[in-house]
Design a binder for this molecule. Structure first.
Ligand code: ADP
Length: 245
């Protein structure tokens, strides 16, 4: 099944397009790394994919439906950059936040014991059971990431979209976090990840989309590594490519 499909998508905040004529598909089970220099349109493209921005031209489908009419929000877990840095989180406990994810899945009504067990499982999967009674806004960046993912798991999201989720997270927690993403992907959850560290992406992602306003590469990770797409995408900017190796 195709999870996201873009055809000839263009978007500009003002005059200058941030995303130009991009076509790509994300298939169920993909782990897509979205890479490119700073300011190359990665966040914009992700927000277009999720229906948070409307394209100026081109078409976008989410789970087979036009994104403009898509209303199955609980199928998507989105961890924005703001979520990581702490802005916008409500004064609720971790368990409450994850339970809201379950409510989003079941709709209105009471949660059953099964639903509560699913919440417990989600906390356990991301290894934050011991933080369940803490306020979300008192967590570290890395712990907060996990809480957002637990919430997406509780809502049985099929797609996790993460925008530089490990900014400000220490190296060890970062590794553990990416292992978690990989195991969720092994369990069938589709992942779209923006990450500036190219090495992390090519280690973990099965597919790569490399953009600098226009798409320079879209395909499997091996063909990306063997191509010149990265050098070409960074070429004009003079920015340094981040490798962790
Ligand atoms: P990336 O995620 O690759 O760093 P962005 O998608 O955030 O890139 O930004 C792409 C371009 O659009 C940049 O030139 C950025 O300055 C511009 N841009 C991003 N958000 C806005 C906004 N809200 N208003 C105006 N310009 C924006």
């Amino acid at each position: 099944m195709t999870v996201v499909e873009l055809e000839n998508v263009t978007f500009a905040y003002g005059e200058q397009p941030a995303v130009e004529d991009v076509s790509l598909q994300v298939e169920e089970g993909d782990f897509l790394g979205l890479v490119g220099p700073n300011g190359s349109g990665k966040t914009t493209l992700l927000q277009l994919m999720l229906g948070l921005l409307r394209p100026d031209s081109g078409t976008i489908e989410l789970f087979g439906d036009p994104v403009s009419t898509f209303d199955d929000g609980e199928r998507i877990g989105y961890v924005s950059q703001q979520a990581t840095s702490g802005g916008g989180s409500m004064p609720v406990t971790v368990r409450e936040a994850v339970t809201m994810g379950r409510f989003a899945h079941v709709g209105h009504g009471r949660l059953t014991d099964d639903d509560r067990a699913i919440v417990d499982d989600a906390l356990e999967t991301v290894d934050i059971t011991e933080l369940a009674d803490r306020q979300v806004n008192q967590l570290s960046g890395g712990q907060r990431q996990r809480a957002y993912i637990a919430r997406a798991l509780a809502s049985e999201a099929d797609l996790l979209a993460l925008d530089e989720p490990t900014v400000g997270v220490d190296a060890e927690s970062r590794d553990a976090f990416y292992q978690l993403l990989e195991s969720l992907n092994d369990d069938g959850i589709t992942i779209i990840l923006i990450e500036h560290d190219i090495g992390v992406v090519t280690d973990r992602a099965t597919r790569i989309a490399c953009i600098n306003t226009e798409l320079y590469h879209h395909g499997d990770t091996e063909s990306f590594v063997e191509s010149d797409a990265l050098t070409e995408a960074y070429g004009a900017t003079g920015q340094v490519v981040h490798h962790h190796h």
